[in-house]
Design a protein around this ligand. Structure first.
Ligand SMILES: *Cc1c(COP(=O)(O)O)cnc(C)c1O
Length: 479
C-alpha cells in the first residue's frame, strides 16, 4: 500500500519541496500568461469523470497531475489583470501560512494551545486596524463574509427577542406576536438576505430601501420605513449597512445610521466584507465615520487583504451577547479555566462551528509581514489605481463612467447597448487578456473592475481600457 499514511518524514520533505517548486513556478509565470483560459470539453471530462481509484497512487505522480490538469486552469484571480468580483491574488506569505497551519492541523474550537492565542491576537489586530473598540468585544474567524453576517444576525436576533421577553434558543421564533424586521439598502449584499431566510425571519421582513444615485442608503427613507413598521405593529430590530458595497464600493452614511439605531434601539450591523479595510486609507477614512459604533462588523481578509481563501471575520462589540446566542457546552467538551486543557472561553461558544480550522496563521503571516503601514499602503494602491482607471475611462469618448469610485471598484460601459456590453464582457473573459465582471445599476448593464492586487500596475489599466475600446468598436460595427 502506498499513500499519505505511510509517507515518512524524508518522503514528505521531498514531496513538499517539489510542491513548493510548483507553487513558486506557478506564481512566477502567472503574469506572463492569460488571465483566464476556458476549459475544453475533454479537460472538463478528465476531471469530472475520473474514477475513484482502487489502489493508491504515488504522490509524486499526483503532483504531475496537479501541474498538468489543475495549475493550467486557475480561476484567474492570481493575475494582475483579473478585475472580477472581489477575488484577490493570494499573498505568498499567506500561502506559506496555510501550509504550516495544516501541518499542525489543530482544532481551533478552544483549549490551551498556540493557535487559540494567535486567533485572539489577530482578532484584536483586526479591531485595532479598522478602529473598532476592543474592550468587551469578541470576534471569530469564519469562512467568509456570508458566515460573518449570518453569525452577527443570529446574535442580533437573540438579543432582540430577549428584549421582547422571548428565548429564541428555546422557542425559536414561533411564539413571537409580530415579525422582526431588518433594513438594508438595495445595494446591500445578497448574503444578508440569505441570512434572514436561514434564520427564519423571512425575506418578506427584509426591508430593502432603494439606494440613492450614489448607491448609499438614504437615511430619511430608513427612518420612514422603521416608523411604518412600528405603526403596523412589527418589530424593527436591525439595520445592515454597507461598508463598501459589492457593486460600486459605496459606503453607507454609517454615522447617521448609528444615530438612528441608537435612537430606535436597533442592532447596527456593518457589512465591510469587501470595503471595511478602506478605512485604512486616510483620504477615504472620513467616509467610514461611525464604523466604530457598529454592534457587529463583518470583514473579509480573504478579499482586499489577499489572505488565501477562506478567511472571513466577524467582530461583535458585546462578547457576552455573542456567547449567549451560541454557547452550548456538552459534558464531553467541558474544561476548566487554567486547568488541564482549559484556557480562555472556547471559540466554539461564540459561533456555530465546533471543530474550527487554523485560519489565524495565514492572517497573522500577512498582517505581521505587512504591518499597519504595509496594509494601508496596499489599500491605498487599490484606491489610487481605481481613480486612475476612472480618469482613463472619462478620457475615452466611447466609454461612460458610472461615477467617481468610492473605493477600489470602477463601473463603466461602452456607449453601445446593454447587449453589446454583455457580449463585450464575455469576449473579454474568453480572450484572457483582462477579466472584468458586471454590475446592474439604474437598470443598465455595466462592466465592473475591482482592483485588489499589489501587482496590478497602471499599464494593466491601460490594457483594460484598450481592450474594452477595441472589442467595443468591433461589436459596434456588427450591431
Ligand atoms: C463578498 C461579500 C460578501 C460575502 O462574503 P463571502 O466571503 O463571499 O462569504 C458580503 N458582503 C460584501 C459586501 C461582499 O463583498
Amino acid at each position: 500500500m502506498r499513500g499519505g499514511p505511510t509517507l515518512g518524514p524524508e518522503a514528505f520533505r521531498a514531496l513538499a519541496h517539489r510542491a513548493v517548486d510548483l507553487a513558486a513556478d506557478h506564481l512566477a509565470a502567472v503574469t506572463g500568461g492569460a488571465v483566464f483560459v476556458p476549459m475544453t470539453p475533454d479537460e472538463r471530462a478528465a476531471l469530472l469523470q475520473q474514477p475513484l481509484p482502487e489502489s493508491g497512487a504515488d504522490p509524486q505522480q499526483l503532483l504531475t497531475a496537479v501541474r498538468k490538469q489543475i495549475l493550467t486552469h486557475p480561476m484567474g484571480n492570481g493575475h494582475p489583470r483579473f478585475f472580477g468580483w472581489v477575488n484577490s491574488p493570494p499573498q505568498p506569505v499567506g500561502i506559506v501560512g496555510d501550509l504550516l497551519a495544516s501541518t499542525l492541523d489543530p482544532s481551533c474550537a478552544g483549549g490551551d494551545h498556540a493557535a487559540i492565542y494567535l486567533e485572539h491576537a489577530v482578532i484584536r489586530w483586526l479591531m485595532e486596524l479598522v478602529g473598532y473598540p476592543t474592550q468587551g468585544a469578541a470576534g471569530l474567524l469564519l469562512s467568509g463574509g456570508s458566515m460573518a453576517s449570518l453569525t452577527a444576525l443570529a446574535v442580533a436576533r437573540h438579543r432582540a427577542l430577549e428584549r421582547l421577553g422571548h428565548d429564541v434558543r428555546a422557542e425559536g421564533i414561533q411564539g413571537v406576536d409580530a415579525p422582526l424586521v431588518l433594513y438594508q439598502s438595495s445595494e446591500g449584499h445578497s448574503s444578508l438576505r440569505k441570512s434572514v431566510e436561514l434564520l427564519g425571519l423571512g425575506s418578506d421582513n427584509l426591508r430593502v430601501i432603494p439606494a440613492g444615485r450614489d448607491c448609499r442608503l438614504p437615511v430619511p427613507a430608513l427612518r420612514e420605513a422603521i416608523a411604518a413598521d412600528r405603526a403596523a405593529g412589527r418589530h424593527p430590530f436591525c439595520v445592515a449597512a454597507g461598508g463598501g458595497t459589492v457593486a460600486t464600493g459605496a459606503v453607507d452614511p454609517l454615522d447617521e445610521i448609528a444615530e438612528v439605531c441608537a435612537a430606535e434601539d436597533l442592532w447596527f450591523h456593518v457589512d465591510g466584507a469587501y470595503g471595511g479595510f478602506g478605512v485604512l486609507d486616510e483620504g477615504v477614512a472620513p467616509r467610514f465615520r461611525g464604523l466604530e459604533r457598529a454592534d457587529s462588523l463583518a470583514l473579509d481578509p480573504h478579499k482586499w487583504l489577499s489572505v488565501p481563501v477562506e478567511c472571513g471575520a466577524i467582530l461583535v462589540r458585546d462578547a457576552a451577547a455573542m456567547r449567549a446566542a451560541f454557547s452550548l457546552v456538552p459534558a464531553y467538551l467541558r474544561t476548566e479555566p487554567e486547568q488541564g486543557f482549559g484556557g480562555l472561553p472556547w471559540f466554539s461558544e461564540f459561533g456555530f462551528q465546533q471543530t474550527r480550522g487554523f485560519r489565524a496563521l495565514k492572517l497573522w503571516m500577512v498582517l505581521a509581514a505587512s504591518g499597519r503601514e504595509g496594509v494601508a499602503a496596499h489599500i491605498g494602491h487599490g484606491i489610487r489605481l481605481a481613480r486612475e482607471l476612472a480618469d482613463r475611462v472619462r478620457a475615452a469618448p466611447d466609454l461612460e463612467l458610472f461615477g467617481e469610485p468610492p473605493l477600489s471598484i470602477v463601473c463603466f460601459r461602452h456607449r453601445g447597448s446593454d447587449d453589446l456590453n454583455r457580449s463585450l464582457m464575455h469576449r473579454l473573459q474568453e480572450e484572457g487578456r483582462v477579466f472584468v465582471t458586471q454590475a446592474e445599476l439604474e437598470s443598465r448593464f455595466w462592466l465592473r473592475a475591482c482592483i485588489l492586487g499589489d501587482a496590478t500596475r497602471e499599464s494593466d489599466l491601460a490594457v483594460l481600457v484598450d481592450e474594452v475600446r477595441r472589442l467595443g468598436a468591433q461589436l459596434e460595427e456588427r450591431e
